[in-house]
Design a protein around this ligand. Structure first.
Ligand code: PMP
Length: 427
C-alpha cells in the first residue's frame, strides 16, 4: 500500500506537546508513554513503515506491538473490514461472520474447540481466569515473573515477589488485589514443584505466556511446559496459555503447536485481528460449558462486533492460505538476528538477541557487566529513530517482523544500528 498524504507538516515535538495538554501523559496506554523516548507522532502507516507528522518515513520494528504480521494497512484485511463498516458494523446481534471467524480459530489452534470473543487481551484474560475459577471452584492463580497479562486488578503485578506473592503494580489498586495470585520465576521448575506441593489443591489455574515475550524473549526451557501440563492435570488446576503474542505468530497454531503442549484454555489477540481491537479465549467444549450454559458471566457491547469478526476472518483466512508463511518468517528472523549481531560487532559492542521466529528482543548490554543497559539502549533508540528506524526504547519489548519487511529493510536497520551504536558508544 501507499502512505497517505501528510497534513500540514508540524514538528513531532509541537504535536506531542499539544496532545499532552489534553491526553493525560500524551498517550492512552502507559506502555505507549514508555515508548516515547523522543517525541514521535504518527501521520500514517503502510507496509513496514510509519510516517510521522514531519513527513519522515521510518522503518518500524515494533509494528504496533505485534498484530501486523502482514504489515500495516494490509489490503486483504483492511478492504474486508472497510466493507463491513459500510454495511453496519455493530448491531448487538449475532452475525454469520461470528461463525466464520470462530471456525477459523478452532481449526487452526489445537486447544480451541469453542470460544468467546472479547475486545482486548486484558478482557479475554480476565474472563479466562474467571472461567478457570468457575470450573474448579478454586481461586489461586500461579503466574510467572515478567509475564504480562494485561492491566486487570488481579493480574497487574510487580515482577518481584515477597515469597510467592507479587505486589499490585500501581497506585489505586486494592491492597488485596494480589491475595489470589502467586508468582514464581519463568523456567524455574523447582519453584513450580514447591508451589504445587504447598498449594496444588487450591490452584484454579497456572497462567503463562508459553514463550515469554514481555521481558525480552525467553523460550520455555525444554520440558518446562510439559511440567506445567503434567502438574496442572494431576492437581485439577487448568493450564492457561496467554497466546496474545504467540498465537498465529510463532506458528500457525501458536506456541501450543510449536511445542506440542496443549493447554486447557487459550487466550488470543493481536495477529488474530490484524490490528483491529479483538481478542478471544477458548478451549474444549467441556471447559466452555459454564459460558455455553450462560452461568459464568462474560459480556461486552463491542465484543465480537461485525468489523472485528471481519478482521479475524480476513486475517486468519490469509494466515491459512499461505503455506510457506512461517518458514518465510523464520528465515527473515534468522537473517535479522545475524545482521544485528554483525552491526554490533562492527561497533565493537554486544547486542543481546533472543528470538523465536519473527519475535525478537534486541538489547544493548554493558561491556563492563554484560547485563542489559537500559539507559544506553534508550540512547541507541533515539539515535536510530533520528536515522529512520523505530523500535521500542524499552529493551523488554520485542521487535515484530512481518512479511512486509524486506531483506533490504533489515539491511537498512542493521546499517542504522551500526552507525547509531558508534555514535552512542563514543559519547
Ligand atoms: N498478554 C500479552 C502476552 C500481551 O503481550 C498483552 C499486550 N501487549 C496483553 C496480554 C494485553 O493485551 P491488551 O493490551 O490487548 O489488553
Amino acid at each position: 500500500g501507499t502512505i497517505s498524504d501528510v497534513q500540514a507538516p508540524q514538528s513531532n515535538k509541537t504535536a506531542y506537546d499539544g496532545l499532552r495538554d489534553v491526553v493525560a501523559g500524551g498517550v492512552s496506554s502507559n506502555m505507549r508513554a514508555r515508548g516515547v523516548a523522543a517525541p514521535l507522532v504518527v501521520d500514517s502507516a503502510a507496509g513496514a513503515r510509519i510516517r510521522d507528522v514531519e513527513g519522515n518515513e521510518l522503518i518500524d520494528a515494533n509494528m504496533g506491538y505485534g498484530p501486523h504480521i502482514f504489515g500495516y494497512a494490509d489490503r486483504d484485511v483492511t478492504e474486508h473490514v472497510a466493507a463491513r463498516f459500510r454495511c453496519g458494523h455493530l448491531t448487538g446481534l449475532p452475525h454469520r461472520l461470528d461463525h466464520e471467524a470462530a471456525e477459523l480459530v478452532a481449526e487452526l489452534v489445537p486447544g480451541v474447540e469453542q470460544l468467546r470473543f472479547a475486545n482486548s487481551g486484558t478482557e479475554a484474560l480476565m474472563s479466562a481466569v474467571r472461567l478457570a475459577r468457575a470450573l474448579t471452584g478454586r481461586t489461586l492463580v500461579l503466574t510467572f515473573g515478567g509475564h504480562y497479562h494485561g492491566w486487570s486488578e488481579t493480574l497487574l503485578r510487580t515482577r518481584e515477589c515477597d515469597g510467592y506473592r507479587p505486589r499490585p503494580l500501581a497506585p489505586g489498586m486494592i491492597p488485596e488485589a494480589m491475595a489470589h495470585t502467586l508468582q514464581v520465576g519463568w523456567n524455574d521448575a523447582a519453584a513450580v514443584e514447591a508451589v504445587f506441593e504447598e498449594h496444588g489443591g487450591e490452584l484454579a489455574a497456572v497462567l503463562c505466556e508459553p514463550v515469554l515475550a514481555n521481558a525480552g524473549v525467553v523460550a520455555p526451557a525444554p520440558g518446562f511446559l510439559e511440567l506445567l501440563r503434567e502438574r496442572t492435570r494431576s492437581s485439577g488446576a487448568l493450564l492457561v496459555f496467554d497466546e496474545v503474542i504467540t498465537g498465529f505468530r510463532v506458528s500457525r497454531g501458536g506456541a501450543q503447536e510449536l511445542y506440542g503442549v496443549v493447554p486447557d484454555l487459550t487466550v488470543l489477540s493481536k495477529v488474530m485481528g490484524g490490528g483491529f481491537p479483538v481478542a478471544a479465549f477458548g478451549g474444549p467444549r467441556q471447559a466452555m460449558k459454564p459460558l455455553a450454559q450462560l452461568e459464568a458471566f462474560h459480556a461486552g457491547v463491542y465484543a465480537g462486533n461485525h468489523a472485528a469478526m471481519a478482521a479475524v476472518a480476513a486475517s486468519l483466512a490469509k494466515v491459512r492460505s499461505l503455506p510457506g508463511l512461517y518458514t518465510e518468517l523464520e528465515a527473515l528472523g534468522a537473517y535479522a538476528e545475524a545482521r544485528v549481531h554483525e552491526a554490533a560487532a562492527a561497533a565493537q559492542r554486544t547486542l543481546q538477541v533472543r528470538r523465536v521466529g519473527s519475535v525478537m528482543s534486541v538489547a544493548l548490554t554493558s561491556p563492563a557487566t554484560g547485563a542489559v543497559d537500559p539507559d544506553g539502549h534508550r540512547r541507541l533508540q533515539i539515535a536510530c529513530q533520528g536515522r529512520g528506524v523505530y523500535f521500542h526504547p524499552i529493551p523488554d519489548e520485542p521487535w515484530f517482523l512481518s512479511t512486509a519487511h524486506t531483506r533490504s529493510d533489515i539491511d537498512t536497520i542493521a546499517d542504522v544500528l551500526a552507525e547509531s551504536l558508534a555514535e552512542v558508544c563514543a559519547e
